[in-house]
Every structure is written in structure tokens, then in C-alpha cells.
Design a binder for this molecule. Structure first.
Ligand SMILES: [Fe+2]
Ligand SMILES: [Fe+2]
Length: 171
């Protein structure tokens, strides 16, 4: 086994955190879907899939390092949001929190001189910068547009994903 029990336990906990994020993003996507906001919904369904991928990266790491995979209980996500801003603010707070969790894992790996774990975690350090930055941008746009301007947020997301929203290319 290439990792200590302490690192193994912390990574199992992180698998739960990533799966929790995935469930939370599904719940947020559903709430947008139910308000007929398909781009916001698709954005969060996509985020949910990414979080599941993060969990699976940690699972694969434990298997590769001959550790023990023990997935913890995951709390039910929050399902009701008064506004889009509230849902996205929750997501940004979550991403900031996860960044702290990843940094703690890095600190533990460094403390144990576990270069295998440290190197593996660097992907997540970079990924969190992107996740926080993109969620922060989405929150800014939602705040600018306001609850009554969510259709403009839909257009913004469509442009961000490289789709042209001119009438000639609308599907
Ligand atoms: Fe994640
Ligand atoms: Fe994330």
C-alpha cells in the first residue's frame, strides 16, 4: 500500500464530499429545469457529472495505491431555492469549501512526504481554481441580470459554451 491509513481515510471522506457535490448539483439542475431554464439546468447537470468524475478519480487512486475504498454516507442535498442567486451562491460556497478540503489533503500528503498522493492531488488544486472562478463568474452574471433577467443568463451560458444564439442558428 502506497498510502497511510490517515491519507486513505481522508480520501474516502473526500469521495463522499465529491458525491455530495454531485447530488447537490443534480438538485440545483432539477430546480432550474422545473423553471424552464434549460441552459442553467444543463450547466448544473454537467457539473454534477464532473463531480461524480472527481469522486471516481479518488476511487481509482485508492485502488491503484492498494488502499481501501469505503464510501461514507452522503447527506441529502438542499432541494428548494428561493432564487437562482441563492442556488449559485450555495454552489460557489461549496466550491470554496472543497478547495479548502483539497488543500488540507495536500498538506497531509506533504507532511507524510507522500509524493505519490501529492502529485495526484495537484490536478485537483488546478481544477478547483477553475471551478471557483467559473462559479464566481456565473454568480456575477446572475446578480447583474437579477431574478427577472434569467433568460439573459441563459443566453450568456449558451454563448459561453460556444454556441451562437443568433436567430439564424437557433435550434
Ligand atoms: Fe469536485
Ligand atoms: Fe466542483
Amino acid at each position: 500500500m502506497l498510502i497511510s491509513k490517515k491519507i486513505n481515510d481522508a480520501i474516502n471522506q473526500q469521495i463522499g464530499n465529491e458525491l455530495g457535490a454531485s447530488l447537490q448539483y443534480v438538485a440545483i439542475a432539477v430546480s432550474f429545469d422545473q423553471q424552464a431554464l434549460p441552459r442553467l439546468a444543463a450547466h448544473f447537470y454537467g457539473q454534477a457529472a464532473e463531480e461524480r468524475d472527481h469522486a471516481m478519480k479518488f476511487v481509482k487512486f485508492l485502488v491503484d495505491a492498494d488502499g481501501e475504498v469505503k464510501i461514507p454516507a452522503v447527506a441529502a442535498p438542499k432541494a428548494k431555492f428561493a432564487t437562482a442567486e441563492q442556488a449559485v451562491k450555495l454552489s460557489l460556497d461549496w466550491e470554496v469549501e472543497v478547495t479548502g478540503q483539497i488543500h488540507k489533503l495536500v498538506a497531509l500528503a506533504k507532511k507524510e512526504n507522500n509524493y505519490t498522493t501529492d502529485a495526484f492531488l495537484q490536478w485537483f488544486v488546478r481544477e478547483q481554481l477553475e471551478e471557483v472562478s467559473s462559479m464566481d463568474n456565473l454568480l456575477k452574471v446572475i446578480r447583474m441580470a437579477g431574478q427577472g433577467g434569467l433568460l439573459r443568463v441563459e443566453e450568456w451560458i449558451a454563448r459561453q459554451s460556444g454556441k451562437v444564439t443568433g436567430p439564424e442558428t437557433m435550434t
